[in-house]
Ligand binder design. Sequence first.
Ligand code: SAM
Length: 305
Amino acid sequence: MRCTYCMPAEGFDSVAHANILTYEEILRIVRISSQIGVKKFRITGGEPLVRRGIVELVKEMNSIDGVETTFTTNGLLLEEMAESLKGAGVKRLNISIDSLKRERFHKITLTDKLDKVLRGIEKAHEVGFNPIKLNVVAIKGFNDDEIMDFVALAKDRPYHVRFIEFMPMRENSWDRDQFMACDEIEGVIKNNLPQPLIAVHEKNSPSRDYSIDGYAGRIGLISPVSRHFCDSCNRIRLTSDGHIKSCLLREGEEDIKTAMRKGATDEEVKFLISRAVILKGAGHSLGDSETPLENADRPMTQIGG
Ligand code: SAM
């Protein structure tokens, strides 16, 4: 897929294989970070399910004491892979879907495969993933008239439908007129729903979650632009080329791959990971000024959402 809010239509320069972390390196980092308190590992991308041997990797990750794995995926390969992911011990799935209308889905992803993604979601539900989180980037003038259709997905199924504010990132198609704040999305839902939204507090969750009487699932609002949640964000990111980023929206990285390839001991790697955590900034500045994101050193495709 080439989601236009995430990457240029013509794609991007690929990274040489030698510059990508090997599975052995990833497993070493997972093992070491699990020893200093990191327990949840979300695999994202790019599209994580296209990487060869990914099921074996998560199986190995899950065999490390205390490690929980989850994925964020575009859902295209789930019809075939959901069962083996479940079998490999994956705990939860986040699936991105920004329109339930075929033509719009094609326009935003540049791929005419809405039905395949819907079948993938269904398959993930069938094999027992629960909850399944559905990520919807809210784009004014594009999918804002589908908000209630997405909310309806949470009625009979335990899906968590999460609306994400459209973030201006390097190399994406952001436009101020297309921005829709979570408060506005919440207003649309409240105006159209007879039942009240009931706040559900989830520790360290990036989303404000709500349950609705009579609904099996939930609704979530993720507001990286209009209402920062930095004070409760405990995430750090490891890029596929081996750099630790302690904030998606700030520059600054710890090059852990080079250190490992130069022979760093486990204690030294532990130190680098800890330093990245300690130096995690108090907040980011997205949405604070008219400038989109002047301090972004990488496009989203190189970090993972
Ligand atoms: N390929 C996978 C997928 O489609 O979910 C994982 C990578 S994708 C970058 C991860 C998440 O980031 C998706 O839910 C996507 O919608 C979100 N995302 C990407 N660009 C975004 C933007 N500019 N604003 C808000 N969310 C964005």
